[in-house]
Ligand binder design. Structure first.
Ligand code: SAM
Length: 272
Protein backbone atom coordinates (compact mmCIF):
# COMPACT_ATOMS: atom_id res chain seq x y z
CA UNK A 1 0.00 0.00 0.00
CA UNK A 2 1.25 3.49 -0.74
CA UNK A 3 0.97 6.46 1.64
CA UNK A 4 -2.22 7.78 0.04
CA UNK A 5 -3.94 4.39 0.41
CA UNK A 6 -2.75 4.05 4.03
CA UNK A 7 -4.13 7.50 4.88
CA UNK A 8 -7.44 6.71 3.14
CA UNK A 9 -7.80 3.37 4.87
CA UNK A 10 -7.34 5.02 8.28
CA UNK A 11 -10.10 7.54 7.47
CA UNK A 12 -7.67 10.47 7.70
CA UNK A 13 -9.07 13.94 6.92
CA UNK A 14 -6.87 16.95 6.17
CA UNK A 15 -7.23 19.61 8.86
CA UNK A 16 -6.84 23.20 7.80
CA UNK A 17 -6.56 24.38 11.41
CA UNK A 18 -3.27 22.45 11.73
CA UNK A 19 -1.80 23.89 8.51
CA UNK A 20 -1.83 20.49 6.84
CA UNK A 21 -0.43 20.96 3.35
CA UNK A 22 1.60 17.87 2.64
CA UNK A 23 4.61 18.04 0.34
CA UNK A 24 4.45 15.60 -2.53
CA UNK A 25 7.37 16.42 -4.83
CA UNK A 26 10.34 14.05 -4.43
CA UNK A 27 12.82 16.50 -6.01
CA UNK A 28 11.92 19.23 -3.56
CA UNK A 29 12.15 16.82 -0.64
CA UNK A 30 15.63 15.81 -1.87
CA UNK A 31 16.67 19.45 -2.26
CA UNK A 32 15.62 20.21 1.32
CA UNK A 33 17.73 17.28 2.54
CA UNK A 34 20.70 18.53 0.48
CA UNK A 35 20.62 21.88 2.32
CA UNK A 36 21.06 20.08 5.62
CA UNK A 37 24.39 18.14 5.42
CA UNK A 38 23.02 15.53 7.80
CA UNK A 39 25.47 12.83 8.97
CA UNK A 40 24.99 9.63 10.94
CA UNK A 41 25.92 11.60 14.08
CA UNK A 42 23.05 14.06 13.60
CA UNK A 43 19.85 14.13 15.58
CA UNK A 44 17.14 15.78 13.49
CA UNK A 45 14.06 17.39 14.98
CA UNK A 46 11.10 17.55 12.60
CA UNK A 47 8.09 19.63 13.58
CA UNK A 48 4.91 18.44 11.87
CA UNK A 49 5.55 14.91 10.60
CA UNK A 50 2.34 14.78 8.55
CA UNK A 51 2.41 11.69 6.33
CA UNK A 52 6.19 11.39 6.85
CA UNK A 53 7.38 12.09 3.30
CA UNK A 54 10.25 14.19 4.68
CA UNK A 55 10.70 12.03 7.80
CA UNK A 56 11.50 8.94 5.73
CA UNK A 57 14.25 10.73 3.84
CA UNK A 58 15.66 12.23 7.05
CA UNK A 59 15.69 8.82 8.68
CA UNK A 60 17.97 7.42 5.94
CA UNK A 61 20.65 10.06 6.66
CA UNK A 62 20.39 10.89 10.37
CA UNK A 63 21.33 9.04 13.51
CA UNK A 64 17.80 9.56 14.77
CA UNK A 65 14.78 11.66 13.92
CA UNK A 66 12.65 13.13 16.67
CA UNK A 67 9.33 14.16 15.14
CA UNK A 68 6.50 16.13 16.67
CA UNK A 69 2.94 15.88 15.38
CA UNK A 70 -0.12 17.52 16.91
CA UNK A 71 -2.70 15.44 15.04
CA UNK A 72 -3.31 12.19 16.90
CA UNK A 73 -5.36 10.80 14.02
CA UNK A 74 -2.01 10.34 12.21
CA UNK A 75 -0.79 7.91 14.90
CA UNK A 76 -2.19 4.81 13.26
CA UNK A 77 -1.26 5.55 9.62
CA UNK A 78 2.24 6.67 10.68
CA UNK A 79 2.86 3.40 12.50
CA UNK A 80 2.33 1.67 9.14
CA UNK A 81 4.12 4.26 6.96
CA UNK A 82 7.20 4.29 9.21
CA UNK A 83 7.30 0.63 10.20
CA UNK A 84 10.70 0.12 8.54
CA UNK A 85 12.25 3.35 9.87
CA UNK A 86 13.30 2.27 13.32
CA UNK A 87 15.36 5.39 14.09
CA UNK A 88 12.27 7.63 14.17
CA UNK A 89 10.48 8.63 17.39
CA UNK A 90 7.29 10.64 17.22
CA UNK A 91 5.83 12.68 20.04
CA UNK A 92 2.14 13.32 19.41
CA UNK A 93 1.73 16.70 21.03
CA UNK A 94 1.75 20.41 20.33
CA UNK A 95 5.42 21.27 19.76
CA UNK A 96 4.93 24.70 21.34
CA UNK A 97 3.94 23.08 24.64
CA UNK A 98 6.96 20.80 24.88
CA UNK A 99 10.05 21.28 26.96
CA UNK A 100 12.40 20.34 24.14
CA UNK A 101 15.51 20.22 26.33
CA UNK A 102 13.74 17.59 28.45
CA UNK A 103 12.76 15.61 25.32
CA UNK A 104 16.39 15.70 24.12
CA UNK A 105 17.83 14.31 27.35
CA UNK A 106 17.58 10.69 26.29
CA UNK A 107 19.52 11.18 23.05
CA UNK A 108 23.23 11.09 22.32
CA UNK A 109 24.36 12.94 19.21
CA UNK A 110 27.07 15.20 17.89
CA UNK A 111 24.96 17.73 16.02
CA UNK A 112 21.37 18.85 16.38
CA UNK A 113 19.44 20.07 13.36
CA UNK A 114 15.86 21.03 12.67
CA UNK A 115 14.38 20.16 9.30
CA UNK A 116 10.68 20.78 8.70
CA UNK A 117 7.90 21.83 6.43
CA UNK A 118 6.33 24.05 9.05
CA UNK A 119 2.66 24.61 9.80
CA UNK A 120 2.49 28.23 8.59
CA UNK A 121 0.18 29.55 11.28
CA UNK A 122 2.93 29.17 13.91
CA UNK A 123 6.19 29.57 11.97
CA UNK A 124 7.64 32.40 14.08
CA UNK A 125 6.81 30.97 17.53
CA UNK A 126 8.40 27.66 16.49
CA UNK A 127 11.66 29.31 15.43
CA UNK A 128 11.85 31.72 18.37
CA UNK A 129 11.23 28.78 20.75
CA UNK A 130 14.70 27.43 19.91
CA UNK A 131 16.22 30.81 20.82
CA UNK A 132 14.10 31.44 23.92
CA UNK A 133 14.79 27.99 25.34
CA UNK A 134 18.49 28.17 24.40
CA UNK A 135 18.46 24.90 22.49
CA UNK A 136 21.83 24.47 20.84
CA UNK A 137 20.84 23.90 17.19
CA UNK A 138 23.49 23.90 14.49
CA UNK A 139 21.14 24.46 11.59
CA UNK A 140 17.41 24.97 11.00
CA UNK A 141 16.11 24.23 7.50
CA UNK A 142 12.46 25.07 7.14
CA UNK A 143 9.79 25.53 4.53
CA UNK A 144 7.79 28.66 5.27
CA UNK A 145 5.55 31.08 3.37
CA UNK A 146 7.58 32.88 0.72
CA UNK A 147 6.71 36.26 2.18
CA UNK A 148 7.87 35.16 5.64
CA UNK A 149 11.10 33.83 4.12
CA UNK A 150 11.72 37.33 2.73
CA UNK A 151 11.24 38.86 6.16
CA UNK A 152 13.59 36.39 7.86
CA UNK A 153 16.37 36.97 5.33
CA UNK A 154 15.80 40.72 4.72
CA UNK A 155 18.66 43.20 4.83
CA UNK A 156 18.42 46.82 6.11
CA UNK A 157 16.72 49.11 3.61
CA UNK A 158 14.27 46.47 2.37
CA UNK A 159 10.55 46.84 3.13
CA UNK A 160 10.20 43.51 4.94
CA UNK A 161 13.13 44.24 7.32
CA UNK A 162 11.82 44.58 10.90
CA UNK A 163 12.64 43.90 14.55
CA UNK A 164 12.01 40.14 14.11
CA UNK A 165 14.57 40.09 11.27
CA UNK A 166 17.16 41.61 13.60
CA UNK A 167 16.26 39.30 16.49
CA UNK A 168 16.68 36.17 14.33
CA UNK A 169 19.78 37.47 12.52
CA UNK A 170 21.43 38.12 15.87
CA UNK A 171 21.62 34.36 16.42
CA UNK A 172 21.68 32.90 12.91
CA UNK A 173 23.01 33.51 9.41
CA UNK A 174 19.80 33.33 7.43
CA UNK A 175 19.55 32.44 3.75
CA UNK A 176 16.56 31.98 1.50
CA UNK A 177 17.56 28.81 -0.34
CA UNK A 178 14.82 28.37 -2.96
CA UNK A 179 11.19 29.15 -3.74
CA UNK A 180 8.63 26.35 -3.92
CA UNK A 181 5.42 26.59 -5.94
CA UNK A 182 2.08 26.08 -4.17
CA UNK A 183 1.31 23.41 -6.79
CA UNK A 184 3.52 20.76 -5.17
CA UNK A 185 1.44 20.54 -1.99
CA UNK A 186 -1.74 18.65 -1.24
CA UNK A 187 -4.12 20.29 -0.53
CA UNK A 188 -2.83 23.27 -2.50
CA UNK A 189 -2.26 26.32 -0.22
CA UNK A 190 -3.07 29.91 -1.27
CA UNK A 191 0.56 31.06 -1.23
CA UNK A 192 3.95 30.02 -2.54
CA UNK A 193 6.60 28.82 -0.12
CA UNK A 194 10.34 28.99 0.28
CA UNK A 195 13.01 26.99 2.06
CA UNK A 196 15.07 29.04 4.49
CA UNK A 197 18.26 27.98 6.24
CA UNK A 198 19.30 29.30 9.65
CA UNK A 199 22.93 28.53 10.50
CA UNK A 200 24.17 29.17 14.03
CA UNK A 201 26.38 32.29 14.09
CA UNK A 202 30.04 31.77 14.87
CA UNK A 203 30.90 35.46 15.15
CA UNK A 204 31.11 36.96 18.61
CA UNK A 205 29.42 40.24 17.72
CA UNK A 206 27.24 40.55 20.81
CA UNK A 207 25.48 43.41 22.54
CA UNK A 208 26.92 44.18 25.99
CA UNK A 209 23.39 44.38 27.36
CA UNK A 210 21.15 42.11 25.28
CA UNK A 211 17.97 43.10 27.11
CA UNK A 212 18.60 46.74 26.28
CA UNK A 213 19.56 45.88 22.69
CA UNK A 214 16.34 43.96 21.98
CA UNK A 215 14.19 46.61 23.65
CA UNK A 216 15.92 49.34 21.66
CA UNK A 217 15.29 47.48 18.39
CA UNK A 218 11.63 46.82 19.23
CA UNK A 219 11.10 50.47 20.21
CA UNK A 220 12.92 51.74 17.11
CA UNK A 221 10.47 49.81 14.87
CA UNK A 222 7.43 50.66 17.03
CA UNK A 223 5.97 52.98 14.39
CA UNK A 224 7.65 52.00 11.17
CA UNK A 225 7.01 55.25 9.30
CA UNK A 226 8.48 57.38 12.09
CA UNK A 227 12.12 58.37 12.49
CA UNK A 228 14.41 57.15 15.27
CA UNK A 229 14.09 60.58 16.84
CA UNK A 230 10.34 60.03 17.28
CA UNK A 231 10.38 56.36 18.22
CA UNK A 232 13.27 56.61 20.68
CA UNK A 233 12.23 59.69 22.66
CA UNK A 234 12.74 57.94 25.98
CA UNK A 235 16.42 57.20 25.22
CA UNK A 236 19.47 59.45 25.29
CA UNK A 237 19.12 60.83 21.75
CA UNK A 238 22.45 62.67 21.88
CA UNK A 239 24.29 59.42 22.50
CA UNK A 240 22.32 57.68 19.73
CA UNK A 241 23.13 60.49 17.31
CA UNK A 242 26.80 60.38 18.29
CA UNK A 243 26.97 56.65 17.42
CA UNK A 244 25.03 57.04 14.20
CA UNK A 245 27.33 59.83 12.99
CA UNK A 246 30.18 57.25 12.97
CA UNK A 247 28.14 55.36 10.38
CA UNK A 248 27.26 58.50 8.39
CA UNK A 249 23.67 58.36 9.66
CA UNK A 250 21.66 60.30 12.25
CA UNK A 251 18.41 60.19 14.24
CA UNK A 252 16.34 61.44 11.29
CA UNK A 253 16.79 57.97 9.75
CA UNK A 254 14.13 55.29 10.11
CA UNK A 255 14.84 51.97 11.87
CA UNK A 256 14.49 50.10 8.56
CA UNK A 257 17.73 51.77 7.40
CA UNK A 258 19.81 50.81 10.42
CA UNK A 259 21.77 47.55 10.29
CA UNK A 260 21.92 45.08 13.15
CA UNK A 261 25.60 45.96 13.71
CA UNK A 262 24.68 49.64 14.00
CA UNK A 263 21.94 48.85 16.52
CA UNK A 264 24.48 46.86 18.56
CA UNK A 265 26.83 49.83 18.44
CA UNK A 266 24.07 52.19 19.61
CA UNK A 267 23.04 49.86 22.40
CA UNK A 268 26.66 49.40 23.58
CA UNK A 269 27.17 53.15 23.67
CA UNK A 270 23.92 53.61 25.65
CA UNK A 271 24.91 50.97 28.18
CA UNK A 272 28.38 52.47 28.87
N1 SAM B 1 6.03 17.17 7.10
C1 SAM B 1 4.85 16.96 6.31
C2 SAM B 1 5.13 17.24 4.85
O1 SAM B 1 6.18 17.86 4.56
O2 SAM B 1 4.33 16.86 4.01
C3 SAM B 1 3.65 17.80 6.81
C4 SAM B 1 3.84 19.29 6.77
S1 SAM B 1 2.39 20.22 7.10
C5 SAM B 1 2.77 21.76 6.33
C6 SAM B 1 2.52 20.68 8.81
C7 SAM B 1 2.31 19.55 9.83
O3 SAM B 1 2.47 20.10 11.15
C8 SAM B 1 0.95 18.91 9.82
O4 SAM B 1 1.07 17.51 9.81
C9 SAM B 1 0.28 19.39 11.13
O5 SAM B 1 -0.65 18.46 11.66
C10 SAM B 1 1.49 19.56 12.03
N2 SAM B 1 1.31 20.53 13.12
C11 SAM B 1 0.55 21.67 13.11
N3 SAM B 1 0.66 22.33 14.26
C12 SAM B 1 1.52 21.62 15.03
C13 SAM B 1 2.04 21.80 16.35
N4 SAM B 1 1.69 22.84 17.10
N5 SAM B 1 2.91 20.87 16.84
C14 SAM B 1 3.26 19.79 16.09
N6 SAM B 1 2.80 19.57 14.83
C15 SAM B 1 1.95 20.47 14.31
Amino acid sequence: MNTKEILEQSGFNFKKKFGQNFLLDQNILNNIIKEANITNDTLVIEIGVGAAALTKKLSLKAKRVLGYEIDESLKEPLSVILKENDNVDIIFDDFLNRCVKEDLKKYEYKTLMVVANLPYYITTPIITKFIDEQIDVEKIIVMVQNEVADRFSAKAGVKSYNSLTIFLNYYFDIKKAFVVSRNVFYPKPNVDSAVVTFTKKRSNLKADDEKLFFKLVRDAFCQKRKTLKNNLKSYNLDKINETLKKHNKDITFRAENITMEEFIDISNNLSK
